[in-house]
Design a protein around this ligand. Structure first.
Ligand code: SF4
Length: 195
């Protein structure tokens, strides 16, 4: 039986974007096709798990939402795993960098493009429910103008410096007020102090 390399499975609140505030089971895959300089995910560690083992872990929690994240989950998620999660009666959301086509039945696709940071990261998604851009105050927002999505989220970049963060938050607010197709995404889980 196929094994998927899993960094961790944990239960928390979705802090960002369209599903912010919802309890969810997070399945974090190990491995990515990009190498962003700011990445804080280990791409080498991970435990091999089968779809039934992943589902057994997911079943421990009552949330109806499962978030597949990474790393880059689109490299690994297949029909077998989607079917197994759907058979539990759960909704599947995926957080992806958008560089791999998603041909499996995902209920909600969030794309966070990395083409501003990685030279070879063109988008290859045929559908996007949510576009999420981390706003640094230096983004070239014209790069996102042509991208079609159901909803658009701008998330102030947290650099760890309170003064810088305040400036970025204000700039994000200003941008959204001038471009109201975008909505602000705050990292609720950080405000709540949860994983
Ligand atoms: S796309 Fe995401 S997971 Fe992959 S290297 Fe960049 S930040 Fe890390």
């Amino acid at each position: 039986m196929k094994h998927y390399k899993i960094n961790e499975i944990f239960y928390s609140i979705q802090g960002e974007g369209y599903n912010a505030g919802r309890a969810a089971v997070f399945v974090r895959f190990s491995g990515c096709n990009l190498d962003c300089y700011f990445c804080d995910t280990c791409h080498t560690s991970g435990t091999p798990m089968t779809a039934p083992q992943i589902c057994q872990e997911i079943s421990r929690y009552p949330a109806s939402l499962v978030v597949l994240t990474g790393g880059e989950p689109a490299l690994f998620v297949d029909q077998q795993l989607c079917d197994a999660i759907h058979a539990l009666g759960k909704q599947i959301a995926m957080e992806t960098n958008g560089t791999c086509p998603v041909t499996v039945p995902i209920d909600h696709i969030t794309c966070s493009p990395k083409f501003e940071f990685c030279a070879d990261a063109p988008l290859r998604l045929s559908r996007m429910d949510e576009l999420k851009v981390v706003y640094t105050r230096h983004n070239d927002m014209t790069l996102y103008d042509h991208i079609e999505a159901q909803s658009y989220f701008l998330q102030p970049c947290n650099v760890g410096d309170p003064q810088e963060n305040q400036l970025t938050l204000q700039a994000t607010l200003d941008y959204v007020l001038r471009h109201p197709k975008w909505r602000i995404s705050l990292q609720l889980h950080k405000i709540l102090g949860v994983q």
